[in-house]
Design a binder for this molecule. Structure first.
Ligand SMILES: NC(=O)c1ccc[n+]([C@@H]2O[C@H](COP(=O)([O-])OP(=O)(O)OC[C@H]3O[C@@H](n4cnc5c(N)ncnc54)[C@H](O)[C@@H]3O)[C@@H](O)[C@H]2O)c1
Length: 252
């Protein structure tokens, strides 16, 4: 399939994990990529693996999504250099887990700033060019945790915020051909998940009705669908991609 031929797809946090898997998936379908990450070296290496595998046109930028000036300059650079921005994937996110009484001011702000404010900075910057085009797809990363999760007050607040932001972007974008949707991944095998300790991870895996963690490709498939023309009448939703864990109890 070449669904993304002629489309410009911008992805934050693209150096590894889900961002890299999505970049690879979009490249395989002919997209021109604008990849951003705070970690420049890993991003350069990731871009190399994508261009080795696919004949993709891409640009990479070191962007810290918490800094609105950097985000504005990035989106300006993308639209000037590549002519348009069709898809924005708000993927960058971090964890600083702790029980509520042990979350420091720094842990709170760091998680909110990257995982929520960063997505807002990018959506705000992309909205004007998408409106001018009369076309846009914004896919933002929530998490299965958005409904509440022990030890993640900061992360849950950010990921629930993404849901509210997405629903509002959907309302404001609808008459301009812009859709906004969120993906709520379950436990997916990325460097972020590798940071979780063994017992906590095993306990969670046992709660997944499918009894196994997800692959980054599972998320990339969902993103490639939500950002496609096939999903043009879908907006404001949260798509759970989680092996069923959000359904509830799977005691057997
Ligand atoms: N892996 C999972 O199981 C899982 C589950 C639910 C939700 N998510 C969400 O999916 C998204 C991707 O997760 P992942 O597992 O690939 O994480 P990851 O840690 O493997 O990758 C995150 C990327 O974001 C980049 N990043 C961090 N801070 C940044 C900043 N300020 N500006 C720009 N880039 C920044 C990192 O350098 C890294 O490349 C995140 O929003 C995460 O919360 C992941």
């Amino acid at each position: 399939m070449n669904r993304y031929q002629g489309r410009v797809v911008a992805i934050t946090g693209a150096a590894q994990g889900l961002g890299l898997a999505m970049a690879t998936r979009f490249a395989a379908e002919g997209a021109t990529l604008a990849l951003a990450d705070v970690n420049e070296q890993t991003l350069t290496d990731a871009a190399g693996t994508i261009t080795d595998a696919h004949d993709a046109k891409l640009r990479t930028d070191r962007v810290d999504v918490t800094d609105s000036a950097q985000v504005n300059a990035w989106i300006d650079g993308v639209t000037t250099d590549l002519g348009r921005i069709d898809v924005l994937v708000n993927n960058a996110g971090i964890l600083r887990d702790n029980r509520v009484e042990d979350i420091t001011d720094d842990d709170w702000h760091a998680v909110i700033d990257v995982s929520l404010t960063g997505g807002f900075h990018c959506a705000r910057a992309a909205f004007a060019p998408m409106k001018r085009q009369g076309y846009g797809r914004i896919v933002s990363f929530s998490s299965m945790s958005w409904r509440g999760n022990f030890g993640q007050t900061n992360y849950v607040a950010a990921k629930a915020g993404i849901v509210g932001m997405t629903r509002t972007l959907a309302l404001e974008g609808a008459r301009h051909g812009i859709t906004a949707n969120a993906i709520a991944p379950g436990l997916i095998e990325t460097p972020m998940l590798a940071s979780m300790n063994g017992p906590a991870r095993d306990k969670l895996t046992n709660k997944i009705p499918m009894r196994h963690t997800g692959r980054p490709q599972d998320i990339a498939e969902a993103a490639a669908f939500l950002a496609s023309d096939a999903a043009s009448y879908i907006t404001g939703i949260v798509l759970d991609v989680d092996g069923g864990i959000s359904i509830g109890s799977s005691i057997r």
